[in-house]
Design a protein around this ligand. Sequence first.
Ligand code: CAA
Length: 282
Amino acid sequence: MINKVGVIGAGQMGNGIAHVMAVAGIDVVLKDVSNEQLEKGLKVIETNLQRQVGRGKLTEEEMASALTRINPTITDDLMSDVDLVVEAATENEEIKKVILADICVKLKPETIIATNTSSISVTRLAAVTDRPDQFMGMHFMNPVPVMQLVELIRGIATNEETFEKVKQLTTRLNKTPTPAEDFPAFIVNRILLPMINEAVYTLYEGVGSVRAIDTAMRLGANHPMGPLQLADFIGLDVCLAIMQVLYEGLADTKYRPCPLLVKYVEAGWLGQKSGRGFYDYT
Ligand code: CAA
């Protein structure tokens, strides 16, 4: 039974993962590199919990007890007795490998490690740890408190007990687990990101304006958000990182990141989080 979870990274995905774990009655150790990052993440959790209270999805008491279950930290000391670690750091293979190699030696032997990577090989990440058999992908969708799906990805060495435990936990979070094989970007992002990249090409080639493209897909294909708005929401740096994994991993020019996407990221226009992307958020 998984009763205590360590979450590495208090950013967009990490704070959402901590939020849903705490609401499900699980104790959470939320780790990031600075107190400032932790405070930011905790503020987002509080706002999102409050939103759920406002909509009658949670009571004030449930919100208060969820908040007391989240223990923020910048050290690894509190990780020594967690049953599961979910790594939700930046979508960068080298950074993830350093974090994973470092944390695994601080855990009890039976602790499972899951990565929330949205595209990188689970097998390659597992290989830097001391427990590839107790390692797998647990890929949440953004916004985590709202989205129903969690993709579960086995690395080549993942054992069945690990997979089953994480699957049961996903159900306890009131989410739907879906298995995906360890191929670049798994299922959701293999399909979603080429669509977003194509939307950026559509803008780049002047087929439509930002608003026209988003309106077309919202009203013409019934998507809850247009693809460019969604790209801003995910983060243009994350979108580019996923396209690069697809392009390199599948060696097919159909995954070539749109030069306009590259340019926006180079400019620091990363979407909602930086105040500017395809839309202006200032
Ligand atoms: N935390 C908690 N609740 C939230 C929330 C958050 N961050 N954001 C929205 N909500 C809740 C609202 O309170 C509301 O709840 P009720 O149904 O109880 O009323 C509900 O979600 C709908 O929200 P809103 O009415 O404010 O706005 P909306 O109807 O426009 O929905 C949305 C917002 C859910 C984000 C919707 O626009 C949507 O589904 N967008 C697409 C999201 C998507 O595609 N995500 C996947 C991205 S890909 C990914 O994550 C994978 C990856 O690795 C990159």
